[in-house]
Design a protein around this ligand. Structure first.
Ligand SMILES: Nc1ncnc2c1ncn2[C@@H]1O[C@H](COP(=O)(O)OP(=O)(O)OP(=O)(O)O)[C@@H](O)[C@H]1O
Length: 706
């Protein structure tokens, strides 16, 4: 089958908005590509299976402390993969996929294999390239990713920036054309490097964060100008307050154990009335359909109202957004905020940052909802949209600025935002915001001229996962007496999600996926894959199978991303194929199923992904395809997550976990199943409001896992 035939064969009868572009050039670029040699992650130091199992059991497999350990040996091994691959034998996608096989052919020799090989080749090529992305490692100690991941490719490019070097500087300085964006085309085609999950990274030198603005969004790397202007948010009250129903398990939230650590935590509140919010806020809360506080709200609201810094960790879908928005708005109302008006330089009182465009937009809509009828004006700005549009939104007035990091830094560089008035800095998905991807940007933000010091502002961090390393980094942003709220287990999966893990080899995945989706029928389903190309491929494949599907990933234009999300939300396309860009935060009504076609590289991402279902007391189901060849490093943490969420653990998964178990590592690497609670421990005082209570300080050691 020639290239033309291939293009003709992709029939899209059920595609609405999703129009993948299969450019032959893109897929034949693997001519010199090298194979990524998947390395089984079992690297136990023990030879004998039974003694390994004994040791495994003795070492307390069921205890968090042992389970959380990631094998550094494995980490090293995985780090080296790209290097190995770099000298491996190349396979050409074009030859194997297009020329020799038809799309419908068997998995082992057909397109699928060709796609995989071509894809892997490309990843290897990227990771080998000199200068920018020459060596890829794990995300510090807490970010193992397979080398073929979208994230990893980006990460490799930014790695030269060093742990807290400038992501942008690192990208822009090299000046060679051998960049990710030069390959990936559409979504990042405006010339900027599309960093991590979402941002366009441009610029050069020490003031590189100014360049997106000054260079008309393309900075010093040439590319088309971004002209996309997102549609305005709904104006009618019904749409603003549209919400979905809490589920049958909403009341069970009350039984979740909550721990607050840090000194002099204010007592939790049990009702909205106790929060003493102003009438307008109360009315908005009622219109939003909130009658009862969720646990994270019960604890966080009084803490924030009391002016304290906060790090809060609560399960996915349990209302963290309102937990910070409501008290911030209450403060603003109480302090008598001045109504926004047109000014060239706006000085917002609150800045909220989140890692992805869709998520920050969602937070903005929530802020707009809760501030309805007040003089507080929320504004959202994010990459992939016309820069001038962002500026126009801001100059009209801005009390709460919701932004993705890249666009925020650019707008600050353009001097449209002054930071002197900032009283609240919120990092949603804070562990993501502080990791090596966005950490440098966040550090720059807090050291920008005018930004009040941490003593003078209130800093709030929220996530469902909080690795210990990240908690330690967070200290730089927070006052030393910050409070730590842990609802349930830090990093634990939501119990309302039924988790099923199936052992499926990579060449059987498509067939299994179709089988499952046919059984599911029209129920909304998110299918997660590891790479952008695979997202395109699987979406196309499903459409060809007559399953209405759309896709979202970082190579799609922002317009397409929003259209895809819209089509999924309204049910026009009940299947959304997504990369990690959609793993965190997205709150979409009626997502009944999450399918991990590819498991993510870290257990945290798994927790976030499956949290797209089973939200707000509703139930959901997550099915994960576990490929023993590539996913064995996840076996241990997966067993832990499953058992802690009281899910069935397949015997075969336990076996793999046994066989890959390596004793003797302390629980502090990113492979941890969970971070412990508050890394400061020893200052712990549990809540006094009825869930559990203990004033006894805990020693700072691994025992804090329990
Ligand atoms: N007290 C409440 N009563 C009813 N619904 C609520 C309440 N609090 C939040 N919700 C709703 O629950 C849903 C999930 O909330 P939210 O998106 O804030 O969760 P989250 O904890 O931030 O999740 P994630 O970890 O995935 O980001 C939203 O639709 C929100 O409007």
């Amino acid at each position: 089958m020639g290239d033309e035939d291939w293009e003709a064969e992709i029939v899209k009868p059920h595609m609405s908005s999703y129009v993948p572009v299969f450019e032959k050039d893109r897929y034949s670029s693997g001519a010199n590509g090298d194979t990524y040699n998947r390395t089984p992650a079992s690297s136990s130091e023990m030879d004998d299976g039974s003694s390994r199992r004994d040791h495994f059991m003795r070492s307390g497999f069921a205890s968090r402390r042992s389970l959380g350990n990631r094998d550094p040996g494995e980490s090293n091994k995985r780090e080296n993969i790209s290097t190995m691959g770099g000298f491996g034998v190349g396979k050409n996608f074009g030859n194997r996929g297009f020329s020799n096989s038809k799309f419908e052919e068997g998995d082992s020799s057909g397109f699928w294999r060709g796609f995989q090989d071509g894809y892997d080749s490309e990843a290897s090529v990227l990771s080998r390239r000199g200068g920018r992305g020459s060596f890829r490692g794990c995300r510090g100690r807490y970010g193992l990713r397979s080398p073929n991941s979208e994230y990893e490719q980006d990460e490799g490019t930014q790695r030269n920036g060093g742990l807290f070097g400038s992501r942008r500087s690192a990208l822009s300085g090299a000046g060679n054309g051998d960049t990710y964006q030069s390959r990936s085309g559409s979504g990042s085609g405006r010339g900027g490097y599309k960093g991590l999950n979402e941002e366009v990274i441009t610029g050069s030198g020490k003031n590189s964060w100014k360049s997106e603005a000054e260079g008309g969004e393309s900075g010093d790397i040439q590319g088309p100008k971004v002209t996309y202007i997102p549609p305005p948010p709904p104006e009618d009250e019904n749409s603003i307050f549209a919400h979905y129903q809490t589920g049958i398990n909403f009341d069970k939230y009350d039984t979740i154990l909550v721990e607050v650590s840090g000194h002099e935590a204010p007592p939790a509140i049990l009702t909205f009335e106790e929060a003493n919010l102003c009438q307008t806020l109360n009315s908005n809360i009622a219109k939003a359909g909130y009658t009862k506080l969720t646990p994270v709200q019960k604890y966080s609201i009084p803490i924030i109202l009391g002016g304290r810094d906060l790090m809060a960790c609560a399960q996915t879908g349990s209302g963290k957004t309102a937990a910070f928005l409501l008290p911030i708005l209450a403060h603003m109302m109480r302090d008598g905020i001045t109504a926004s008006r047109f000014k060239e330089l706006q000085e917002p009182e609150c800045i909220i940052v989140a890692p992805t465009r869709e998520l920050i937009n969602q937070i903005y809509l929530e802020a707009r909802k809760f501030s309805f009828g007040t003089c507080v004006r929320a504004v959202v700005i994010y990459g992939g949209t016309q820069f001038g549009h962002s500026i126009r939104q801001i100059v009209q007035g801005c009390n709460i600025l919701c932004a993705t990091p890249g666009r925020l830094m650019d707008i600050i560089g353009k001097e449209k935002i002054g930071l002197r008035q900032v009283k609240y800095l919120v990092l949603d998905e804070a562990d993501r915001m502080l990791d090596m991807g966005f950490g440098p940007e966040m550090k720059k933000l807090i050291s920008c001229p005018g930004m009040p010091s941490k003593e003078q502002r209130q800093t709030l961090m929220f996530s469902a996962t909080f690795p210990e390393e990240i908690q330690r980094l967070a200290g730089e942003f927070l006052k030393s007496n910050y409070l730590f709220v842990a609802v349930g287990q830090v990093g634990g999966a939501c119990r309302d999600v039924q988790q099923i893990v199936l052992q499926v080899g990579q060449y059987s995945k498509r067939e299994k996926l179709v089988e499952i989706l046919r059984n599911i029928g029209d129920e909304r389903t998110m299918v997660f894959v590891e790479t952008k190309k695979k997202a395109d491929f699987i979406a196309t494949f499903l459409c060809q199978e007559k399953i209405s599907t759309t896709s979202i990933h970082g190579d799609r234009e922002q317009r397409e991303r929003e259209q895809a999300l819209g089509d999924f939300r309204c049910g026009k396309c009940p299947v959304l194929v997504a990369t990690s860009v959609a793993a965190r935060g997205l709150d979409i009504e009626n997502v009944q199923h999450v399918i991990n076609f590819d498991l993510p590289s870290t257990i945290d991402e798994y927790v976030h992904r499956i949290g797209r279902t089973g939200r707000c007391g509703n139930t959901g189901r997550a099915i994960s395809f576990f490929d023993a060849e590539s996913d064995s490093h996840l076996a241990q943490p997966l067993v832990k997550v499953l058992s802690d969420a009281q899910q069935d653990v397949p015997a075969w998964l336990e076996e793999i976990a046994f066989s890959t178990y390596v004793p003797g590592f302390s629980g502090s690497t990113r492979g941890n199943v969970f971070a412990s609670v508050d890394t400061r421990k020893g200052k712990s005082s549990l809540n006094t409001a009825g869930f559990s209570s203990s004033q006894a300080p805990n020693p700072v050691d691994d025992e804090s896992w329990d």
